[in-house]
Design a protein around this ligand. Structure first.
Ligand SMILES: C[S@@+](CC[C@H](N)C(=O)[O-])C[C@H]1O[C@@H](n2cnc3c(N)ncnc32)[C@H](O)[C@@H]1O
Length: 469
């Protein structure tokens, strides 16, 4: 989960002005952390109203590094923050309840909750089992030793023998029997960016051949974004990789530059466009003797998207969103057009911001081609992204536009430009001279599309997520 308030504790700690504890000692630390949690205005506001706005006070347009729950062990206070989301857990309970309700088998239904954290999905699963009046048993797998202590405590106090805990990494651990229903919440703001595909590849070994996964699929979505504040903040870091990595951000003073419409070339899609999808269970990767995929190449993805830009603006980056199907028509969504219908008031995820290394001016009525890749070796996963801007104009001939020579590029390079385009063209930049033609010259109308700029070739995702621990 790219939890929206994932860095809350760090911010509170660094801004706390309380003096030193009078006596010190180990208990003073715990006491101080409890005090900080209790007095946090953000947590108090969220508890008072439960609205997204209050929950997120102070976090608008604030860059946060996405969580990496596979590589890192989350802190207890991080789990505590995202456990405050009532909507996510409600949706999961509904998904589990409907899966139970529609289950046609007669025997005891076996659940496996993969990445149980401190146990909220286990409790919701027990509630769903009770509601459905089915006979069921739960295995709960967790690799974080800190969270596992809480699971042990909750089993002893609340769950008893309805649940068996298993400590370890779901990609390698052995589970005593195969599950009918595998439940996980390993989703990031872009769906797959916290390595849910890689983790679930490993967990598929302990799902029965006709078993189901909750979630059953998730998709990643992108839109071109203008925000000088976010761009400048990403650039302000001394780390050279700061503009090569996505951030979790609750967007406020930002502008999505695209609009629905085909553009002049007729190739443009909706304002926010889908990049790719992951489905579970997925049984096609080639497995090794331990039942694990031999390589991770099946989890690589790429997309080339065309956006229509109706009004001029400066492109600073891309906004990333996800949607997930948990079960049937029950889902999770942070897609601006659908989040209200699918999972209104969900707090757990803010969008991703993929910055560009330099801003790109997009004229009105232009078209933007965005390319994005999810790349992987057997050890790492990362994203690369790139954009090119085009201007289209109705049927032009060489006579109409006049033939110009680009002086700095030698006599072999020619530039075709309508008079309207000429002021936008920088005669010194070779990128401007690369022409693309959409449509046929014989067709009517015909549009010439001239590339007028691009971001530096690929923003290679500087902060890779590690598949191996
Ligand atoms: C985003 S948290 C969700 C926790 C809990 N299910 C919830 O919804 O509150 C993901 C959990 O999965 C665990 N996890 C991530 N990768 C794992 C793996 N490969 N094996 C076991 N647990 C894993 C993390 O330690 C973390 O507790």
């Amino acid at each position: 989960m790219a939890c929206s308030l994932q860095h809350l504790p760090t911010v509170i700690l660094s801004s706390a002005s309380a003096g030193q504890h009078a006596r010190g000692g180990e208990s003073a630390y715990a006491q101080y952390v409890r005090h900080l949690e209790k007095t946090s205005p953000i947590v108090q506001a969220a508890e008072r109203s439960g609205t997204v706005e209050n929950f997120a006070q102070g976090y608008q347009d604030y860059l946060q590094a996405p969580l990496q729950p596979l590589m890192d062990n989350l802190q207890s206070v991080t789990y505590q923050t995202f456990e405050q989301d009532p909507v996510k857990y409600r949706q999961y309970e509904e998904a589990m309840y409907h899966a139970l309700d529609e289950w046609t088998g007669e025997s005891k239904i076996i659940f496996c909750i993969a990445g149980a954290g401190r146990g909220p999905l286990v409790s919701r699963c027990l509630k769903a089992i009770e509601r459905s009046r089915r006979e069921a048993f739960i295995y709960a797998v967790e690799k974080n030793p800190n969270a596992y202590v809480t699971l042990q405590d909750r089993k002893a106090r609340e769950w008893g023998d309805k649940v068996q805990l298993l400590f370890g990494d779901m990609r390698f651990i052995d589970v005593p029997e195969q599950a009918d229903i595998l439940v996980s919440e390993l989703l990031g703001s872009f769906g797959d960016n916290e390595l849910s595909p890689e983790c679930l590849d490993g967990a598929m070994r302990f799902l029965k051949p006709d078993g189901i996964s909750i979630p059953s699929s998730y998709t990643a979505h992108l839109a071109p974004l203008s925000s000088s504040k976010l761009f400048n903040e990403a650039r302000a870091s001394k780390d050279l990789k700061s503009l090569e990595t996505p951030y979790v951000v609750m967007f406020q003073a930002v502008n999505i530059l695209s609009a629905e419409g085909g553009g002049l070339s007729g190739k443009c899609g909706p304002q926010i466009q889908e990049c790719w999808e992951f489905e579970h269970p997925r049984r096609d990767p080639v497995l090794n003797a331990r039942g694990l995929p031999k390589t991770n190449s099946h989890n690589a993805r790429s997309a080339k998207l065309n956006f229509y830009i109706p009004h001029a603006g400066v492109l600073h980056g891309l906004a990333g969103y996800f949607e997930a199907v948990l079960y049937g028509n029950i889902g999770l969504s942070i897609h601006p057009d659908r989040k209200e219908q699918v999972s209104k008031d969900m707090l757990s995820w803010f969008p991703l911001f993929f910055p560009f290394k330099e801003p790109l001016y997009l004229p009105s009525n232009s078209e933007l081609q965005v390319s994005i890749w999810r790349l992987t070796t057997d050890r790492q996963v990362w994203y690369e992204w790139h954009a090119e801007s085009f201007l289209s104009s109705p049927s032009v001939t060489h006579q109409d536009v006049g033939l110009q020579r680009a002086p700095s590029l030698g006599s072999a390079t020619t530039l075709f430009a309508t008079p309207a385009l000429s002021p936008l063209i920088d005669a010194e930049d070779p990128a401007f001279f690369q022409r693309a033609r959409f449509g046929s010259l014989d067709a009517s109308p015909v549009y010439e599309t001239v590339k007028i700029g691009q971001t530096s070739l690929h923003n290679p995702g500087g902060r890779s997520s590690w598949i191996g621990l």
